[in-house]
Design a protein around this ligand. Sequence first.
Ligand code: DHA
Length: 126
Amino acid sequence: MSKVITSKKAPDAIGPYSHGNVFGELIFTSGQLPVCKEKGGIVDGGVAEQSRQSLENLRSVLEAGGGDMNTVVKTTCYLANIDDFAAFNKVYAEFFTTECPARSCFAVKDLPMGALVEIEAIAYRK
Ligand SMILES: C=C(N)C(=O)O
């Protein structure tokens, strides 16, 4: 049986999905948009600021599920513009410093709320 994760720190879902789910020792997060919970809406700035916010939101969901950035085994990253790949990687590397998780990264046509980035992860519980 899976258990829904609800983070007090991550922004509310914008549709019919949870922040994530725990199944056994595994954590599956929903895609985290660069939404600032305090201010509401997409964080100001470009892809670097948005990537940082998405990763902070991801961290909050992982922690609510009993994991952290060090227990991530796989991420899937969506960019609205592949030209942002280098700038995205630079911020991503601040959050995953050693033994990086597996990753897939795609440019997609559009993301919800006009976001430039969305990131989801699979992790294990500590
Ligand atoms: C933002 C999302 N994770 C969604 O719409 O599914």
